[in-house]
Design a protein around this ligand. Structure first.
Ligand code: PLP
Length: 370
């Protein structure tokens, strides 16, 4: 089937699967004979209750979220969670943060407004190119939690496995900012206390923020924590303490349905999605490493499957690359403003054919300009 739209490599908000957008468009004015669009429904009505229940059920099935975790549908994005998490969990006022890239550096900065923050490690000096071995991390005995970012969207650095903190003798829970790799691969929930992520990469519209929290961590928040951001209250009220982002939740539900049905290499659901993401990433990194024009300096073991920053060895060609790529139907490949260069984000909705098209374009560009 010919590609009906250009391939969109945005780091977020990112492309959604076309069948999801088409279904949402078909249901925009009248959701399944209700006479209302989803945006027009009361969040407390029977119709939206049905949407909410199926959305949570499908998310739990897809990501294999255990029953002892609450799933919260919140607002404020991942940056708000950088404050909300310490306001809820930093009961002793001591937080460890592993700084593996720009987003975890931001998390450390924000948490420092509410707690004493100590860097378990910090790769700023090397320009965020690797994840140090857990045996070298500096962890405090009395910390409330360790914060990590499982995938650094800007730097292209990903944890391939989350650390087993209990086995390392660390008693506090692991908090994970998984904004840009949630639902791209299975997570080992037994190693996680709380994970959060904005929806706008693998899930749906910006505004919705997913929080997966072990129920045993739900407790008293800091007295100054806004009620709408108290995890225990939001959990108790089924994410309905205040009006949740209803349309974004509905869109997320459509994406979860799509993902559960996703098939690739004889697999289905999250296993298929992971295999597909691995193949896409291998194809692109292979093309970069095999060329004389492109480079990515992230250590092989820490390379992100989701976000691939890369640079032209002849920097002055970057603008021409972007212009020609756009003309070839390859959109939003500009690198983050803090890094420059290029970045291709390969979220779940990016088909292998999109990466093949990018790699074909890169080879042709190198042939002409290299
Ligand atoms: N954390 C990570 C890993 C991200 O990729 C982003 C945004 O791209 C953020 C945090 C900030 O998210 P938001 O803009 O939803 O607050």
């Amino acid at each position: 089937m010919p590609q009906r739209r250009p391939y969109n490599f945005s780091a977020g908000p990112a492309a959604l699967p076309l069948p999801v957008l088409e279904r949402a468009a078909a249901e925009m004015c009248d959701w399944r004979g209700s006479g209302m669009g989803v945006m027009e429904m009361s969040h407390r009505g029977a119709e939206f209750a049905e949407i909410m229940a199926s959305t949570e059920r499908d998310l739990r099935a897809l990501a294999q979220v255990p029953d002892d975790f609450a799933v919260l549908f919140m607002q404020g994005g991942a940056l708000a969670e950088n404050a909300i998490v310490p306001l809820n969990l930093a009961r002793r006022g001591r937080v460890d943060v592993g700084i593996s890239g720009s987003w975890s550096a931001k998390s450390a900065q924000e948490a420092a407004k509410y707690a004493q923050v100590s860097a378990a490690f910090d790769t700023r000096g090397e320009g965020h190119l690797s994840v140090p071995d857990p045996s070298t991390w500096r962890l405090q005995d009395d910390a409330d939690y360790l914060h990590l970012c499982s995938n650094e969207t800007i730097d292209g650095v990903e944890f391939q496995v989350l650390p087993d903190l209990a086995a390392m003798g660390y008693r506090a829970p692991l908090v994970v900012d998984c904004s840009s790799n949630q639902l791209s691969r299975p997570f080992d929930w037994s190693r996680i206390g709380l994970a959060f992520g904005g929806a706008q990469k693998n899930i749906g519209p910006a505004g919705l923020t997913l929080v997966y929290v072990r129920r045993s961590l739900l407790g008293e928040a800091h007295a100054l924590c806004p009620s709408a951001f108290e995890f225990s209250r939001v959990a108790r009220e089924g994410s309905m303490f205040n009006t949740p982002p209803t349309y974004a939740i509905y869109m997320a539900g459509l994406v979860f349905e799509w993902a559960l049905q996703f098939e690739y290499a004889g697999l289905r659901g999250l296993a298929a999605i992971e295999r597909h993401n691995l193949d896409k990433a291998q194809l692109l990194y292979g093309a970069i490493d095999g060329s004389g024009l492109y480079s990515n300096r992230v250590a092989a073991a820490a390379r992100s499957r989701m976000n691939v920053p890369f640079f032209l060895r002849r920097e002055e060609l970057t603008g021409i690359f972007l212009t020609e790529a756009k003309a070839a139907g390859l959109l939003q490949l500009k690198g983050h403003k803090s890094k420059g260069g290029l970045r291709a984000s390969l979220y779940n909705a990016m088909p292998l054919a999109g990466v093949e098209a990018l790699v074909g374009f890169m080879k042709d560009f190198e042939h002409r300009h290299g």
